[in-house]
Design a protein around this ligand. Structure first.
Ligand code: MN
Length: 262
């Protein structure tokens, strides 16, 4: 288990500022967020490649997530969303990340009128992403998301049904456990018990169980020592990715202490 850091905390800074940060970042693993000022394009990919090589960093990429609903029931809108995600996959693949992490789709305003449609579209979109990723040699991983958003996959039960429906295609789709999100839905230990084989990556940030505040590690109500012990118990050997929006240095220090203690 090695610490890593998401660039979510500096998404409000320019891409040039991000490149500068990478040259002096204190961790060996970084998750690049393909969003906002940091949205990938060919020029940025080549800048990132240089920065990453210089520091021998390992990477993951977080897929675009703003206004992205892979279960959109509106065909033209969904096509635009899938085009955006395919672009992200193609560009991300050039960075050879360990994983490209994406969010499941959510219900639309007409979901009640067409029961099950968003669920089926979500599956179809995931299969589409798996296909493109496979063509580019990229491994992709789906993340659990929290209430109160109308996402289709929040609880361990949702993922159980999802993987069952995906069938063999699901063999190529790992799970990223977002502990901040699962804390809100009180699902952390359900995921760890039922999906220990599927979890390859974790997002760590804190909250008070009320909303997705992405606080620093130790600034909310999550029992971090219990969590790290549980990850050790399932032999998790991936990255401990800090996805807090503030108190980054404190979070990394806290995490280091926890791993030593657990
Ligand atoms: Mn996350």
């Amino acid at each position: 288990m090695r610490p890593g850091l998401s660039t979510l905390f500096c998404l409000n800074e320019s891409f040039t500022a991000l490149i500068k940060r990478l040259s002096k970042i204190e961790v060996e693993h970084v998750e690049i967020v393909d969003e906002g000022f940091h949205a990938l394009n060919s020029h940025r990919v080549s800048m990132l490649k240089k920065a990453v090589e210089a520091r021998d960093l390992s990477l993951t990429v977080h897929a675009p997530f703003a206004d992205i609903n892979i279960a959109s029931t509106s065909p033209p809108i969904r096509h635009a969303i899938m085009r955006r995600l395919r672009k992200s996959i193609v560009l991300s693949a050039q960075l050879k990340p360990k994983y490209w992490v994406f969010h499941p789709g959510f219900q639309s305003a007409v979901s009640d009128e067409y029961p099950g449609l968003d669920w089926r579209i979500n599956l179809e979109s995931v299969r589409g992403l798996l296909k493109v990723a496979g063509q580019h040699g990229l491994k992709i991983s789906i993340e659990n998301v929290p209430d109160p958003f109308p996402f289709l996959l929040k609880r361990a039960d949702d993922f159980e049904k999802f993987y069952k429906n995906l069938g063999e295609d699901g063999l190529n789709l790992s799970l990223t456990l977002d502990v901040g999100h699962s804390n809100i839905n009180k699902q952390t230990y359900d995921f760890l018990e039922r999906f220990s084989e599927k979890i390859v990556h974790v997002h760590l940030h804190d909250n008070l169980g009320d909303y997705d505040s992405h606080l620093g590690i130790g600034f909310g109500n999550i029992d971090w020592l219990r969590l790290i012990k549980a990850l050790k118990k399932i032999n998790y050997d991936g990255i401990l990715l800090v996805e807090s929006k503030k108190n980054i240095e404190e979070s990394l220090r806290m995490l280091k202490n926890l791993v030593e203690k657990a």
